[in-house]
Design a protein around this ligand. Structure first.
Ligand code: ZEM
Length: 295
C-alpha cells in the first residue's frame, strides 16, 4: 500500500484560537437549540463523531479503510447505512457552523462536535487535533462495520478489536451510553439508559451493576428494562459487559470511580476519533475551554 492510501493530516493554517471559536459556536448552538429530544443535541453529536470514526478496519489497507479522515458520511452509501439512521439530525445541526467556517473539513467538524458535546455535558476534557481532509465517494467504507446491538460479548470484543481496542478501552467507550436514548424510528430500540441523558457521568456503569434487569415485554427487539422503574433500557450488547467476566471487571471499576472512567474514556475517545489519521510529527494537539470556563 502506498502514498495513495495515506491519510496525512494537513498542516493547520488555523490557530487554536480559530478552533476555539468553532468550539464556541457549536457550544452556543447546543444551548440555543434546546428543544431536541431530552433538551440537547449533545448525545446525537457524540454518536455522529463515533459513527464517523468507528468504520475503521485496521486490517484494511485499501482506500476504503474507514475512520473519520475523509468525512465520507456525506455520501449516500455511508449516510444510508441503517446504523446511521437519525444522524442526519447531527449533520444538519452542524451545517450552520460549517457555513460560518467553510474552511473546516467534515471529518474535523464532526469529530470536534463530539468533543464539544462531551465537554459541555460536564464530561472529561478531550484532546483534539485538526487536519482531516474530505475524500471522494470512492473511499467510502463498506456498510455494516458498526456494531449490531443484538449481539454478545465475543462479537463486541471482535468488532472493537478490529479498530484496535482492548477490553478496558471497549468498556470505557460504551460508557458513552450514559448519554442519549434509543429511538424506535432509528434502531427499533426505545428509551434512555440513564436518568440524566444529557450529563456525561459513570451512571451507565452504576446502573448496570446496581440495578436488576429483565427482558422487556413488547413487540420490539429484545432489550432490557430495570426492575425498579421499568423506565430505563439496556441493549443486549450492553448486558454483554456484565455477562462477560473480563468486561465486567472494568464495569465494576468504572462504577466505583468516575474519575478513573473519565481518564480512560478521554484518551480512548481521542484515539477513536483519530483512527486512520496520520498526524505528522509535532502536529498540534488542542484542549479547549468550555463556555463556563470562559465566563
Ligand atoms: Zn451507541 N447506540 N452503541 N455508542 N450511542 C445508540 C445510541 C447512542 C451501540 C448501539 O447499537 C446504539 C457506542 C457503542 C455502541 C452513543 C454513543 C456510543 C443506539 C440508539 C444504539 C442502537 C440509536 C437510536 O435509536 O437513535 C452498540 C451496539 C455499541 C457497541 C457495542 C460508543 C462506543 C459510543 C460513543 C463513544 C450515543 C451518545 C447514543 C445516543 C444517541 C442519541 O441520539 O441520543
Amino acid at each position: 500500500f502506498g502514498a495513495a492510501n495515506a491519510r496525512i493530516a494537513g498542516k493547520p493554517e488555523k490557530s487554536q484560537e480559530d478552533y476555539q471559536k468553532v468550539y464556541n459556536q457549536i457550544a452556543g448552538l447546543l444551548q440555543e437549540k434546546d428543544e431536541y429530544d431530552d433538551g440537547s443535541y449533545g448525545p446525537v453529536l457524540v454518536r455522529l463523531a463515533w459513527h464517523a470514526s468507528g468504520t475503521y478496519d485496521k486490517s484494511d489497507k485499501s482506500e476504503t479503510k474507514g475512520g473519520s479522515y475523509g468525512g465520507t458520511m456525506r455520501f449516500a452509501k455511508e449516510a444510508g447505512d441503517e446504523a446511521n439512521n437519525g444522524l442526519i439530525n447531527a449533520r444538519e445541526f452542524l451545517k450552520d457552523v460549517q457555513a460560518k467556517n467553510p474552511w473546516i473539513s467534515h471529518g474535523d467538524l464532526w469529530t470536534l462536535g463530539g468533543v464539544v458535546a462531551i465537554q459541555e455535558m460536564n464530561g472529561p476534557k478531550i484532546k483534539w487535533r485538526p487536519g482531516r481532509q474530505d475524500l471522494a465517494a470512492a473511499t467510502t467504507p463498506p456498510a455494516g462495520r458498526l456494531p449490531d446491538a443484538s449481539r454478545d460479548a465475543p462479537y463486541v470484543r471482535g468488532l472493537f478489536n478490529r479498530m484496535g481496542f482492548e477490553d478496558e478501552e471497549i468498556v470505557a467507550l460504551i460508557g458513552a451510553h450514559c448519554l442519549g436514548r434509543c429511538h424506535t424510528q432509528n434502531s427499533g430500540y426505545e428509551g434512555p439508559w440513564t436518568f440524566s441523558p444529557t450529563q456525561f457521568t459513570n451512571e451507565f456503569f452504576r446502573l448496570l451493576v446496581e440495578e436488576k434487569w429483565h427482558i422487556r415485554k413488547w413487540d420490539g427487539p429484545t432489550q432490557y428494562e430495570d426492575d425498579a422503574t421499568n423506565s430505563l433500557m439496556m441493549l443486549p450488547a450492553d448486558m454483554a459487559l456484565i455477562e462477560d467476566a473480563r468486561f465486567k471487571k472494568y464495569v465494576v471499576r468504572f462504577a466505583k470511580d468516575q474519575d478513573d472512567f473519565f481518564k480512560v474514556f478521554s484518551s480512548t475517545f481521542q484515539r477513536l476519533l483519530e483512527l486512520g489519521v496520520d498526524f505528522p510529527a509535532g502536529s498540534p494537539e488542542y484542549t479547549f475551554k468550555t463556555l463556563d470556563e470562559q465566563e
